[in-house]
Structure formats: C-alpha cells, structure tokens
Design a protein around this ligand. Structure first.
Ligand SMILES: Cc1cc2nc3c(=O)[nH]c(=O)nc-3n(C[C@H](O)[C@H](O)[C@H](O)COP(=O)(O)O)c2cc1C
Length: 257
C-alpha cells in the first residue's frame, strides 16, 4: 500500500456523471478511487445513462447508484442532503455544458444539480465538451461565475475530441484527476472549501459520525451559533429547517413539514 492509499483510506467521495461522451472514462475514475481506499457513491444525470449504465458503477463502487431525485435509495435521506454531509468532496466528471449552466443559474431539476446546490462538501468540476461549446461565451461566463463563487475546476485539457476536432474541451486524464484529488485530500491547505452557507469547518469524518446518529451537522452548528430566542428547532426533523435573513443575520427557522 502506497502513501496515497493511506490518504484516501476511509474518505467518502461522491462521483457525479453527466451525459457527455467522456462518461466512459468515469468508470476508470471510479475504479481507481475504490482501489485506493475511497468509499465512492455515484450519482448520474438522466442523460448520463444514455452513455453508460448505472450497473457499471454499482459493480465498481459496490454501492447503489443514485439516478433519480424521486427514487429514494435511502429512506432516511429523502432529499439526498446527508449524502453530501457525509462526503469529503464531490467530483463531477464529466461535467457537461448543460450541467454547468444549470448550476450557474440555480436550477435543480436533476439529481446531480440538486445535490450540488445543497452540497456541504467541496465540489470539483471536470468539464468535457466540444471545443466550440467550451469556448462559447455563455459557457465561459458560467464557468467564470462558478469559479468566482468558489467551485473548483480541473481541466479541460487541449487535445483530440470525440467530435474529431482538436482543441480545448477534453476531459483531464483520469489519473491526473485522481492525483489532484489525492493532493487535496492529503493537505488541508489544498482542499477547496464548500460553496454557500454550508457547514463551518467540521471535518468530514466528524460530520459522518453526526449523520450516522441521525442528526444534521448543520442543525448542530446553527444551534450553537443562532442568537438566543431567534430560532425554534425541531430536533426530530434534522433537515426540516430553512435559513432566512433576520436582522441581518442568518438564523435557522423551523419548517412546518
Ligand atoms: C454523442 C453525444 C455526445 C455528447 N457529448 C457531450 C459532451 O462531451 N459534453 C457536453 O457538454 N455535452 C455533450 N453532449 C450533449 C449532452 O448529452 C446534452 O447536452 C445533455 O442534455 C446533457 O445532459 P446532462 O447535463 O443532464 O447530463 C453530447 C450529446 C451526444 C448525442
């Protein structure tokens, strides 16, 4: 076992796959992560299933594959929120132009964009597309917006594209994606931060313990930080709360459901 195996041992990665021609390379990424000791949970968009089957990832990850917002594989996590609370990071490979546009505009009508919007862990996009799609100013605007918000991008690279063009848009080499992820996981300074009003610095391993107890790290955090009297939490409904701006501060408020 080499050093990287030790770094990855016991880490939890969400590998999300979109409907691009490079989806077949995700199988290699999944296999390499598993071989190095990661727990890998795979999520796929509907169109990703046109390129590669969930069965492939189920076999490689030895876990059920999440493909549908409304197909609840884990009945204790109906909104797929605790998936990201348990994860050290989320890797989207390949990330399509469509998915990047959706995330940049807050759309959540498929499982992958939904999980990203609620993610408590760092999110890393590995884009892959035709070079004109990549260079399209709308796509570039979306990428710039996402990068400025704190999302991390690995690639794309220049090279041969499936459309028989040569240019920028090729998925980064799976091994270099694994190497970058390994660096991030092994060095807290290199690890990107989650985007949005996510959880403060609770290490993922700690979050997993909290989630395993049926609670939400977010709830615990807000319990500690909300001003006295500002919120009413329902301890048995760990996810059933929203945040709202109240007197200029973000505080937890109980939902009715
Ligand atoms: C053969 C084929 C290959 C495609 N490859 C890509 C690709 O590499 N990157 C991309 O952004 N879109 C690609 N597309 C278009 C996407 O499949 C399409 O935009 C789809 O709606 C993306 O869905 P998703 O983002 O929900 O996975 C391809 C389409 C076809 C038919």
């Amino acid at each position: 076992m080499d050093d990287t195996s030790t770094i990855l041992k016991g880490r939890e990665i969400i590998l999300a796959i979109c409907g691009g021609i490079a989806a077949y390379k995700s199988a290699d990424i999944c296999s390499k992560l598993v071989q190095r000791g990661d727990g890998v949970t795979v999520a796929m968009t509907r169109d990703a299933e046109k390129f590669i089957t969930p069965l492939t990832f189920q076999a490689l990850s030895a876990r059920p594959v999440h493909t549908d917002i409304f197909n609840l594989l884990d009945s204790s996590d109906p909104q797929h929120i605790s998936l990201t609370e348990r994860a050290d990071l989320m890797l989207i490979a390949p990330a399509t132009a469509n998915l990047l546009a959706k995330v940049a505009h807050g759309l959540t009508d498929d499982l992958v964009s939904l999980i990203i919007s609620a993610s408590a862990c760092p999110v890393i996009f590995c884009p892959s597309m035709n070079n004109r799609m990549w260079e399209n100013p709308i796509n570039q605007e979306n990428v710039t917006k996402l990068a400025n918000l704190g999302y991390t991008f690995l690639g794309p690279e220049e090279g041969w594209l499936a459309c028989r063009n040569v240019g920028a848009g090729r998925l980064s080499d799976p091994q270099s994606i694994i190497d970058e992820v390994t660096k991030m996981l092994g060095d807290p300074a290199a690890m990107p931060k989650p985007v949005g009003p996510a959880l403060p610095d609770i290490p993922a391993a700690e979050r997993r313990k909290i989630v395993a107890q049926g609670a939400s790290p977010g709830l615990q955090t807000r319990r500690k930080t909300a001003p006295e009297g500002a919120s009413q939490f329902h301890p048995r409904a760990p996810h059933a709360f929203a945040t709202k701006l109240h007197s200029g501060q973000r505080v937890g408020v109980a939902c009715k459901s």
